[in-house]
Design a protein around this ligand. Sequence first.
Ligand SMILES: [Zn+2]
Ligand SMILES: [Zn+2]
Length: 177
Amino acid sequence: MPPQHKVIAINTPPAKPRPCTDPDCRGRHAPAERIALAESLCAARGNKLTTLRRQVLELLWERRRPTGAYELIEALKRRQARQVAPPTVYRALEFLMSQGIVAKVESRNAYVPCLHPERSHDCLLFICAGCGASTELEDSRIERLLAEDAAKLGFSMTRRVLEVAGTCGSCVAAGPR
Ligand SMILES: [Zn+2]
Ligand SMILES: [Zn+2]
């Protein structure tokens, strides 16, 4: 009987990156495909999605909600069954952000995977105070308005992550607790 991970590796073909061209996409992408896409984006830029970088990205995709560095470090320790040096995790996060693969949610001091690292766009995040889930949207109208406002100010924008706090549809439907 071969080890479990060998069986999975044989039965599951590696995911192929499929760049998304739907401007109104609501983000229904398979995590494995998005991770494969991140890997190919890194490779095209001459960078490598190392094991640690990949594991951090996988954990963020598994959670689908803003996740803090401390929680990631603890999850990595469990996954690897050994100590994980926090600075290496911070460096992995910095790398993933520099590649547009992960975004930082400042209001939560946490991180989310970017749905569409294959195209440059602003990150518009709706974050539920009830269940903690975050939903990412792209809205070209808001991007245009921000660009116009910045131009009026002569302001050069770098980080454009918009965070909207509130209650998600499922939590609204569930009513007050
Ligand atoms: Zn998409
Ligand atoms: Zn919710």
